[in-house]
Unconditional design. Structure first.
Length: 379
């Protein structure tokens, strides 16, 4: 059952779109009016694996007064009306659920995270994918989150503490040049005994061999950048123009386009964006161990930020192999649940593709937020 919200943009709303915004969508073969006219996707949430699903869902249902149904994908996700206010329900306040779009959760599922994996989230904020990763790495795994914005990283730290995610360390750093390797082997018991710590409580930088984490449990807070251990899984959910996010677009249409243009469509930023995305992808791959898996994703629908970046990367990296995104042993995803029209081949100059590999969640076809997903294995 797919829930729809009754709020749609009116013709008058779409007529007020600035010319430069319209020009961007036209240049990329996208219909802004069609995107603005779509109902927002259902509000979706994941019941964290340490909690009883039935009891949590019933609590959300009773406290919001709205119907809650299992989402089509991923496994363990539920959805409700987009207008439902979930911020005041107890499971949300107590950190028993994670609220995120189902397409974003598929990106995490495609990483095929195994128990004990060390994971790197190159563009971690606002932190929902990072939190989901932390819940599935197991007692001996770890998650390292990186973001350049101190404000957005502070939001990640709040999320980590709210959900009591003990195997997470956060770094304020540029994902293009981040050079901290995976942490030394740790155990759940050691981390829980050590407890949380902030940068303010950490030893002086002179006592360490590298940058200090912005936030980390004591056992993970040293600044040693070279442990000889690369990451098993890397997520590069790259900075983009957010043109596939229905909520971003409809918020701009209702509250004014100035902030959206400043943050996403500034001409100078647009010129350098594909190079930024490619640099993030390259560095994430550099930090990936052989045999490891990297997922590249954006919430843009443009080819320039997705297929073109991926093709440029694959041309220059003979040790990178594109694999079918849904080729996974993860219990989070049933490939048959993904709309067939979202599973595509990579068309262009890349010659290694002989069958559909990438996922492109188009809001009109998938009834989710727009998202591009590609999976790469390091040979």
């Amino acid at each position: 059952m797919i829930f729809r919200d009754d709020v749609k943009m009116t013709l008058n709303d779409t007529a007020l779109v600035p010319a430069d915004v319209r020009a961007f969508f036209v240049a990329n073969g996208l219909s802004l009016d069609a995107l603005l006219a779509m109902p927002p996707p259902p509000r979706s949430f994941w019941v964290r694996p340490s909690y009883a699903s039935d009891a949590i869902v019933e609590a959300v249902r009773s406290q919001t007064g709205t119907s809650v149904e299992p989402a089509r994908f991923p496994v363990g996700f539920f959805e409700m009306n987009a207008a439902a206010d979930i911020a005041h329900v107890q499971p949300y306040k107590q950190g028993q659920i994670l609220c995120m779009d189902t397409s974003s959760a598929v990106a995490v599922a495609c990483l095929d995270v195994q128990d004990g994996d060390d994971c790197l989230d190159v563009c971690a904020a606002p932190g929902m994918k990072l939190a989901m990763l932390a819940d599935i790495v197991g007692a001996d795994g770890s998650v390292t989150g990186v973001d350049l914005s101190a404000e957005r990283l502070a939001g990640c730290r709040t999320l980590v503490r709210k959900h009591r995610l003990g195997r997470v360390r956060l770094y304020r750093a540029d994902g293009r040049t981040f050079d901290v390797e995976a942490p030394a082997e740790v155990t759940r018991g050691h981390i829980e005994k050590a407890g949380p710590a902030t940068a303010a409580a950490m030893p002086p930088a002179d006592d360490c061999a590298g940058p200090l984490p912005y936030d980390a449990p004591k056992l993970l807070r040293n600044g040693w950048t070279k442990t000889g251990r690369l990451y098993d899984r890397v997520l590069v959910d790259a900075e983009c123009t957010h043109d596939g996010s229905i909520r971003h677009l409809q918020k701009a249409a209702s509250q004014g386009w100035a902030h959206f243009v400043q943050q996403s469509l500034d001409p100078e930023r647009l010129r350098g964006l594909p190079q930024l995305q490619l640099a993030l992808l390259r560095n994430g791959f550099r930090l990936l161990q052989r045999g490891g898996t990297l997922v590249y994703s954006t919430c843009s629908l443009t080819r320039a930020q997705n297929e073109a970046v991926l093709e440029a990367f694959l041309r220059d990296n003979p040790f990178a192999r594109l694999e079918p995104a849904l080729q996974t042993s993860s219990a989070l995803i049933d490939p048959a649940s993904i709309p067939p029209q979202c599973i595509l081949s990579l068309e262009g100059t890349c010659t290694q593709i002989d069958k559909p590999h990438i996922l492109r969640f188009d809001p009109g076809r998938s009834q989710t937020s727009g998202l591009f997903i590609a999976k790469i294995v390091k040979l």
